[in-house]
Design a protein around this ligand. Sequence first.
Ligand code: HEM
Length: 107
Amino acid sequence: MMVYDLTKFLEDHPGGDEVLLSATGKDATDDFEDVGHSDSARDMMNQYYVGEIDVSTIPKKTAYKPPKQPHYNQDKTSEFIIKLLQFLVPLAILGLAVGIRIYTKSS
Ligand code: HEM
């Protein structure tokens, strides 16, 4: 299969850059032929010709596996404890204040 580098052609393509980008990285033969490109279009292609690749050497599945994102804060217990403390600490201070008040009054 013939390989073309169309990065410099994107802006000049009469059919627009979107169609080229949508056909990037794959076999665009059918896409190209479906449009019925003129002979002059076929001549232009030569400027962007890179080389040939043997299709059979292209792996069916990509070997690259994106690294797994670390799961931040998967353990929610610390989050829960903080929420609980945010509720309990003011309550404890209030209780302490009321307790001191009662204690100092009675004595
Ligand atoms: C390989 C490099 C390519 C070259 C040099 C090229 C060149 C051209 C040229 C010169 C035209 C103007 C009409 C003509 O002369 O036929 C054109 C139109 C067009 N091309 Fe390409 N093209 C390329 C690849 C592609 C690909 C891969 C697609 C589709 C995915 C595509 C889709 C179109 C479309 C939709 C038009 C507009 C047709 C119209 O408005 O009548 N072209 N192209």
